[in-house]
Design a protein around this ligand. Structure first.
Ligand SMILES: [Zn+2]
Length: 47
């Protein structure tokens, strides 16, 4: 096991619970920019 250090500026995908809107951001958005719903981190596998 090793720690994975993300470079600064690395963006993660966050998905809205309510409308499914996906936003890329460095920091977790408190609310969905579209509908104001809650966002959750979403892992997007590359393969
Ligand atoms: Zn939303």
């Amino acid at each position: 096991m090793r720690d994975v250090e993300y470079e600064s500026g690395e963006e993660s995908a966050y998905e809205c619970f309510d409308c499914g809107n996906i936003t890329l951001a460095e920091l977790k958005p408190s609310t969905c920019p579209d509908c104001g719903g809650q966002m959750r981190n979403r892992r997007m596998p590359l393969e």
